[in-house]
Design a protein around this ligand. Structure first.
Ligand code: GLC
Ligand code: CA
Length: 558
């Protein structure tokens, strides 16, 4: 397999609004990030994926961009950005920007022009349609944030398409001028020295010709995935590769909603004509409901999770490259979701989850606070929520009678994106050391127990466990490149797999349950060395009984 630095890297995602506030206005900022680069260096990560820092009216916390070449006022200035980039580079840390080009803000100058008249030069930068003959919406597509994906604009008596909020109109990628403007903007950032891009919902950029009606979901609208993997998406990404990405040595990951394994083989193929890797979502849907999607209180069945991750590990082997993640700014906290956030098991299960994902083949992503085992916040009042998705769906589902307010609140507590967006817990001082002011969203009150300062002191902390996993990846090639093979596929408690490469092999065993679990260590690992374990086990031969959430990794060289 081709060796590449981006395969050997570990990426850390920063959600700037919630990371570190340097000036007391309650909002994280660029200078706050610069001040914490040593912390990230200590953790050992190689690349930062920076969620959007561009100028934005913040309808969707920066994923609605009004100027791609300027910094959001609340986050600082372009000088602050340049200083952060230079300091990161001095420390050997790369910066991957969030590229949000499926849509812009409605306050972007392109859209301001576009909506003025049907013959404006920017008209075709967006997707405008008249009502159907009977006066109904152009089609039945829904917004990812509830309601229809069409907004009426009276100036020209037409609707524009927005797969996300109505302040996020979709760009028309079929227009070559749009593509050229996007590539020029990317080149501007590459010239500045940024190291790559995480591409927001990039699988949605090519819309099906004719924009046909699709099978409606629970609220009467077809989901935004209707336009996933459209007819020209690969062509447009290849053009992006040639006209922008190839101008530098970049790392690229596409957020690919609705991506299938077959499609991923095209997006992330090893011939490097499109992207380096994709974020797939099948394992994030493992606890979804067939009808209500993520708005459910369902728990996953471990066998489903294993089936999905195994399919991706084996499916992309030698063909394309995987990204590995449990968390990001759109998902609840993994220890609360797939582990156990009780006092008894939080640390152990956070380490188990880390072991499970970091020993697979692919590039691991750590989301801020995951390395501390930060938990869901479980807000039980709508007024505490800040996220547009949570608030909109609560209103839509309860007003239409689809769900009772009590049930919907339970769903938000488990699934809201705000669970990941509470401020980073730096220490046990007021507001967890995130800000001297009033934070834009409440700090999780467990910060006295769970915070970075305390974990940096404790050699057994979740932080140091992540640090060790990251270090192991640098020491052992097999962790990056070895071939994955699952074990005990039908076991309901244990996720186990091997990795093999030449004379070396690895065995990873994780107990995902709060009960003891019996497992047979394969003969071929007799006498193997233990690389890491979360409970200090010493015996690894024959039949053993694992404690709740116990995990270990064995290494054997012939
Ligand atoms: C992506 C982002 C999410 C955002 C959406 C619209 O899914 O990760 O946070 O709301 O795209 O840009
Ligand atoms: Ca600030």
């Amino acid at each position: 397999m081709e060796k590449r630095w981006w395969k050997e890297s570990v990426v850390y995602q920063i959600y700037p609004r919630s990371f570190c506030d340097s000036n007391g206005d309650g909002i994280g900022d660029l200078n706050g990030i610069t001040g914490k680069l040593d912390y990230l260096k200590e953790l050992g990560i190689d690349v930062i994926w920076l969620s959007p820092v561009y100028k934005s009216p913040n309808d969707d916390n920066g994923y609605d961009i009004s100027d791609y070449q300027a910094i959001m006022d609340e986050f600082g200035t372009m000088e602050d950005f340049d200083r952060m980039l230079a300091t990161a580079h001095e420390k050997g840390i790369k910066i991957m920007m969030d590229l949000v080009v499926n849509h812009t803000s409605d306050e972007h100058k392109w859209f301001i022009e576009s909506r003025k008249s049907t013959d404006n030069p920017y008209r075709d930068y967006y997707i405008w349609r008249p009502a159907k003959e009977d006066g109904s919406l152009p089609n039945n597509w829904g917004s990812c944030f509830s309601g229809p994906a069409w907004e009426y604009d009276k100036t020209t008596d037409m609707y524009f398409l927005h797969l996300f909020s109505k302040k996020q109109p979709d760009l028309n990628w079929d227009n070559p001028a749009v593509r050229q403007d996007v590539f020029d903007m990317m080149n501007w950032w590459l010239k500045k020295g940024v190291d790559g891009f995480r591409m927001d919902v990039i699988s949605l950029i090519s819309k099906e010709p004719g924009l046909p009606d699709k099978e409606p979901g629970i609220n009467g609208y077809a989901t935004f995935n209707v336009s996933a993997n459209g007819p020209h998406v690969h062509e447009y990404l290849q053009e992006m590769r040639q006209k922008a990405l190839n101008n530098a040595d970049t790392i690229t990951v596409g957020e690919c909603s609705g991506v299938t394994l077959e499609e991923a083989k095209k997006y992330a193929r090893s011939d490097e004509k499109e992207l380096n890797m994709v974020f797939q979502f099948e394992h994030m849907d493992v606890d979804s409901d067939e009808k209500a999607g993520k708005w459910t209180t369902r728990k996953m069945d471990l066998r489903d999770l294993k089936k999905i991750l195994t399919r991706w590990q084996k499916g992309l082997q030698d063909i394309a490259w995987n990204s590995l993640y449990w968390e990001n700014h759109d998902q609840p906290r993994s220890v609360s979701r797939f582990g156990n956030d009780s006092d008894e098991y939080r640390e152990i299960s956070a380490k188990m989850l880390a072991t499970c994902i970091h020993m697979m083949q692919g590039t691991p992503y750590v989301y801020q606070g995951e390395e501390l085992g930060m938990t869901n916040i479980y807000f039980d009042k709508l007024e505490d929520y800040r996220d547009i998705e949570s608030i909109n769906y609560f209103e839509e589902f309860t007003e239409s009678g689809l769900m009772t307010p009590e049930h919907m609140m339970k769903c938000l507590m488990l699934r809201s994106r705000d669970n990941a967006r509470t401020p980073m817990q730096w220490d046990d001082s007021k507001q967890a050391g995130f800000t001297d002011g009033e934070p834009w969203i409440k700090v999780n009150q467990n910060y006295k127990k769970i915070n970075a300062a305390q974990q940096l002191e404790d050699p057994d902390s979740v932080f140091h466990y992540y640090q060790k996993l990251i270090r192991l990846r640098k020491e052992k090639d097999i962790i990056v490149y070895g071939e994955f093979e699952p074990l005990y596929r039908e076991d309901e408690q244990i996720f186990a797999y091997t990795r093999k490469q030449d004379q070396e092999k690895l065995l990873t065993v994780c107990n995902f349950s709060d009960k003891n679990a019996e497992v047979e260590v394969p003969e071929e690992f007799k006498g193997a060395e233990c690389l890491i374990t979360n409970l200090g086990r010493k015996e690894f031969e024959g039949k053993i009984v694992l404690n709740p959430y116990e995990a270990f990794v064995l290494y054997y060289k012939h």
